[in-house]
Write a protein that binds this ligand. Structure first.
Ligand code: HEC
Length: 198
């Protein structure tokens, strides 16, 4: 009788221990992924913002277009290659419809960010993450909202507030540009990070 009892205690407790062990590992590995995604996103925003600010001061908005057009995608590629992730900038109203177009998951998160802003949250504090199952496997996905700051308006404000020189250049480069009409504090888009889970 005793042996049966001992046996059933093992049978019952072992799966519980294994289960809680696995859960704890997952929670801490997800927390590590969130922290790493946050670090990378803030690095992206800070480095890009710094270059944009310098170029706007030195050469004005027309010449700063190249920071957003060339430097931003190059930085996204560099940060992607560093960890084997996909790092990008997306928006519901992209300027670059090839690089800036959100996929279905990103579109949903951007919509939920809009709703959270409408219910009083500030753009700068918005982020979201989820482990997503796809046919190719599981991935950890993370998004950090990007706020429209004063620096951004020379190229993303309403057309009547964009100088003629900048508007002409943007029209040449982006005939399907949707990324105007923003005010200070608006949600401009988000950094999006996708990490494969092996
Ligand atoms: C000098 C003009 C200029 C300024 C200033 C500027 N942008 Fe942009 N922005 C662009 C251009 C050009 C693109 C398209 C880049 C590309 O081809 O990938 C762009 C693209 C973006 C994208 C990617 C999604 C999309 O619309 O294609 C985001 C997000 C973005 N800008 C946010 C900002 C924010 C936030 C600021 C202010 C901190 C800012 N931009 C300031 C010109 C500018």
């Amino acid at each position: 009788m005793n042996r049966i009892c001992e046996f059933s205690v093992v049978l019952v407790t072992l799966p519980i221990m294994l289960f809680t062990g696995t859960q704890a590992a997952n929670v801490s590995s997800i927390q590590a992924r969130v922290a790493a995604a946050e670090d990378t996103s803030y690095e992206f925003l800070t480095r890009l913002g710094g270059q944009l600010k310098r170029e706007l001061a030195d050469g004005g908005p027309e010449s700063a277009i190249s920071v957003c057009r060339d430097v931003a995608p190059a930085m996204a590629t560099e940060l992607s290659l560093r960890n084997g992730w996909q790092v990008s900038r997306v928006s519901t109203k992209p300027r670059n419809s090839l690089l800036g177009m959100p996929d279905a998951w990103e579109q949903n998160v951007l919509n939920s960010f809009e709703e959270r802003v409408a219910s009083g949250e500030t753009v700068g504090a918005l982020s979201y993450y989820e482990v997503v199952d796809e046919p190719i496997g599981q991935s950890f996905r993370y998004m950090l909202a990007i706020e429209t700051g004063g620096l951004c308006l020379s190229c993303h404000a309403s057309p009547e507030h964009i100088s003629e020189g900048v508007a002409t250049r943007l029209n040449e480069l982006y005939p399907y540009d949707q990324a105007t009409g923003y005010d200070l504090g608006d949600l401009r888009g988000a950094i999006s990070i996708k990490q494969p889970i092996q």
